[in-house]
Write a protein that binds this ligand. Structure first.
Ligand code: ZN
Length: 148
């Protein structure tokens, strides 16, 4: 495993769309291992592949309930509203309020290529939305609510 270099918000790779994974091979497994290590090393709760310079649809999340590795994650249901502060390892020192759904359900592939579903509320829902946004080139600062 290895710590990967985090890309910061002036890097145009963070604005590009990531590609779907068709084959889960050793490279993808190593990428996910490295992403988890990089996330923990930087005290993050989530990391998306573009943040380490790889335009593939994979994210890792740990909001304190254990490590989750998600391949090709897609939101299939969402409801409610939750406004809270958010930050990003690619935008150090900045936080802002973002409105996210209170609950989301996603589908994804696990490491064996099996399609699974995962439901989350609160911080887990927020982390899933934030990281999936990264796969579409969207940063939380695009969505920050300005105080009046
Ligand atoms: Zn982020």
């Amino acid at each position: 495993m290895a710590i990967r270099q985090i890309r910061f918000s002036d890097d145009s790779i963070l604005r590009k769309k990531s590609r779907e994974i068709n084959e889960i091979n050793d490279r993808i497994n190593i990428l996910l291992e490295d992403m988890a290590e990089t996330m923990y090393k930087n005290d993050g709760v989530g990391l998306a592949a573009p943040q380490v310079g790889v335009l593939r649809n994979v994210i890792v999340i740990d909001v304190g309930q254990g490590l989750i590795k998600l391949i090709n994650p897609k939101i299939i249901e969402s409801d409610g509203e939750n406004i809270d502060f958010e930050g990003c390892l690619s935008i150090p020192g900045i936080s802002g309020k973002v409105k996210r759904p209170e609950r989301v359900k996603i589908k994804y592939l696990d490491l064996s290529g099996e399609e699974k579903e995962l439901e989350g509320t609160g911080l887990l829902a927020r982390a899933m939305c934030h990281e999936i946004d990264h796969l579409n080139g969207i940063l939380f600062t695009d969505k920050t609510i300005k105080d009046e």
